[in-house]
Write a protein that binds this ligand. Structure first.
Ligand SMILES: *Cc1c(COP(=O)(O)O)cnc(C)c1O
Length: 492
């Protein structure tokens, strides 16, 4: 008790001193930050004259600002000490800012339909069509036979109907938009019946219950998570029922004691009560890939044949086209959907139409489609060929394999991706990199920071470059990167 006042005074002084010292160092650091105008001259001289001055200024300002934030949050306690060090930082910042944000990467993950890496790639015919659509005027909404305004949808509708057997078709921005638009058209302020086992979430916040409520449809859940029967649907049907919905559970499986109502039974029930049936198919394959060893997924044609009134699916998953949502079905229903004002807000642009048309046309010839559509080519690639790709790369790397890092060719498993065939692994081959003392995570980061980043998987402290998703045009770059890895020349 006696010493308490003294203690408190002492403690307070220490605290104040600490705060003062802290503020003082922070203030000193802030004062020592370079001023944009001062460094500008130096930097401008060192830059290629093609870099715009406004971009240089902005990059310098952002770099200094980022230091200021880190000082204030206490993350850094010292600054670069020489102007050379500062200049190097500014030059890197300018280089980053002056390069495109959307860049090419090498997909070494083995995930064929990789949503984060842009899903499906387009083949040559599509790229040509994209160039034309971008560089030239087109008949996007101009009917060449009448000389009057035309519909952009008519450019692909007949082809989609040919391929799927549907009466009519419409294409929108993506499949999420397709589901939203269809529900809004068919079930606004009315009820849609859906099985509890199909209330799926697709990555990126697409959840059936949420989309349903945004569409204005009232969701009536029936059945149990693992089992839903026809009587569950039938017992919930009344005058407010507008739609029976089936959602293809593409990204998960319920196994064990399960039961789903077969599509034809739902269709019969719908017919009996005069209520349309819709299926959100998700991936929407136009080819049965089971002869190539992949799991059997229902194709769009099969669902249409079963008599489903509306089917929605993605353009850039198993179909292998651009991002799009395709709606096919009965003529009267599709024409209602076309008239929905929301359709205008979700419409596709000319680039999507240009590339989608070329991809769809590939499907007239299934033999060549498997080669010319990159997604299908990667999915059906023979593991032996994938292995040969690896052998070719190793040969080109020469005897380097004896260097500090090591690279080995090993069997691995690729994934389909895009939420399709979740538990299925494709037999594949990978270059497996054993990191040196830097460790896999540090190297993974340095590969990610290259001019053309290499994205790979880490498994058991090893870096896996799955060759299934390595494109022919990636190979020279990959050899270069691996050569640097072997010499441990890659900087952090
Ligand atoms: C992927 C998927 C969607 C969303 O499709 P996007 O084209 O990504 O918008 C919707 N429903 C199902 C069942 C899906 O698998």
């Amino acid at each position: 008790m006696m010493s308490s006042i003294f203690d408190i005074v002492l403690l307070n002084s220490i605290l104040i001193a600490a705060i003062w010292f802290n503020m003082n160092t922070k203030n000193t650091l802030l004062r020592n930050l370079p001023k944009v105008d001062r460094v500008l001259d130096d930097i401008v001289h060192s830059q290629n004259s093609s870099v715009p001055l406004s971009l240089i200024k902005s990059a310098i300002r952002e770099e200094i600002e980022s230091f200021r934030e880190h000082i204030l949050s206490g993350d850094i306690s010292e600054l670069p000490s020489t102007s050379n060090e500062w200049n190097r930082l500014f030059e890197n910042a300018i280089k980053r800012k002056n390069s495109l944000n959307l860049r090419r990467v090498i997909n070494g993950t083995g995930i064929v339909i990789h949503t984060n890496l842009g899903r499906s790639l387009l083949g040559e015919a599509s790229i040509t069509a994209l160039q034309t659509a971008g560089a030239c005027f087109t008949n996007l909404e101009f009917d060449l036979s009448t000389g009057k305004r035309g519909s952009r949808y008519s450019l692909v509708e007949d082809i989609i109907c040919d391929l799927t057997g549907a009466e009519a078709a419409l294409v929108v921005n993506n499949n999420a938009a397709a589901v939203l638009l269809a529900l809004n058209t068919l079930s606004y302020n009315r009820e849609t019946i859906v099985s509890r086992g199909q209330l799926v979430e697709i990555g990126g916040s697409f959840r059936i219950p949420d989309v349903m409520s945004r569409s204005g449809a009232r969701m009536i859940e029936v059945g149990a998570t693992n089992r839903t029967h026809l009587f569950d649907y039938e017992n919930s049907i009344h005058e407010e029922t507008a739609l029976l919905l089936k959602v293809h559970t593409s990204n998960f499986r319920v196994i064990g004691f399960t039961s789903e109502v077969p599509v034809p039974d739902m269709v019969s029930l719908g017919k009996k009560h005069n209520i349309p049936v819709m299926e959100d198919l998700g991936s929407g394959s136009l080819i049965d890939l089971s002869p190539w060893g992949l799991p059997k997924e229902p194709t769009v044609q099969e669902i249409v044949k079963d008599g489903v009134d509306v089917v929605t699916f993605s353009g850039d998953k198993l179909l292998g086209g651009p991002q799009a949502g395709i709606i096919v079905g009965k003529k009267d229903i599709i024409s209602q959907i076309k008239k929905n004002p929301m359709n205008r807000a979700l419409r596709i642009d000319k680039f999507t139409l240009a590339s989608l048309e070329t991809v769809l046309r590939e499907y007239y010839n299934l033999d060549t489609a498997l080669h010319s559509i990159p997604t299908l080519a990667m999915l059906t690639a023979d593991p032996e060929k994938v292995k040969k790709k690896g052998q070719r790369i190793l040969r080109r790397l020469g005897g380097g394999v004896k260097c500090k890092g090591t690279i080995a060719l090993q069997a691995t498993t690729s994934r389909v991706g895009g939420g399709a065939m979740p538990e299925y692994g494709l037999e594949s081959w990978a270059l497996v990199l054993t990191p040196g003392e830097k460790g896999a995570n540090v190297l993974e980061k340095s590969f990610r920071n290259l001019d053309v980043p290499l994205i790979l998987r880490i498994e058991n402290e090893k870096m896996i470059v799955d060759l299934r998703t390595i494109l022919e045009q990636d190979i020279p770059l990959l050899i270069d990167i691996l050569g640097q890895f072997l010499q441990q020349r890659i900087e952090k």
